[in-house]
Design a protein around this ligand. Sequence first.
Ligand code: MN
Length: 245
Amino acid sequence: MKKENRPVIGITTCIMAHSQKRYAAVSDGYIRSVHEAGGLTMLLPMVCDPDVLGSYLKLIDGLLLTGGNEEISPQLYGEDPMCNVDCINSERDSCESQLLQLAVACGMPVLGICRGMQLMNVAGGGTLYQDIFSQLEHPLGHMPKAMPVDALYHRVKLLEASILRRIFGTETLMVNSFHHQAVKRVADSFIVTARAEDGIIEAIEHKEHPFAVGVQWHPEDLTRKHRHFLRLFETFVEVAGDRNE
Ligand code: MN
């Protein structure tokens, strides 16, 4: 048997500079949530070599595309950056896009969180609002600066026929929100499965792939205080495990 019963979830990392050093970093919430959901974690370094990425893919059962401050390069959807889009990391874009492509091609479950969801959409040919607060007329709050990461902030409505609706068993869900960008045109291969009251897209799911789900909020920061969010990770880990039976 290739693995023990715990599916391995590959988690994408980013580079963080601190005290003149560069660290491969990931928010601990992702790791803790996957562990609590019954999975093992493998942190995926930001390398752009397709052979290396392919080798990493063979070691994991599910791919978690994480969030982060770095905006996806607007060049990837044919635009130049607006003035407040100032934290672009093309290397990360490229590395994560390649991982995603490899994962989708082999039917591996993918969970994209915040930036991860936006990456799934752009990699699939969709576009983003670079800044919802200047590009949309009446956006509600999506980026509360002084709220804790585990604070429920706004409602989202879940589409009836969706994986998320099955997972949470409710039409309306309160979520946290820390984003100034959002999906604009949805990639052809995805459907919208959650929206905020102002129409902002809060979740997408792949039309054909058994589990390629993106959420705009941060469930990994909610699993401790609001336990029902762990169900998303449990389902993800379970589907990842099913593939190898
Ligand atoms: Mn939001």
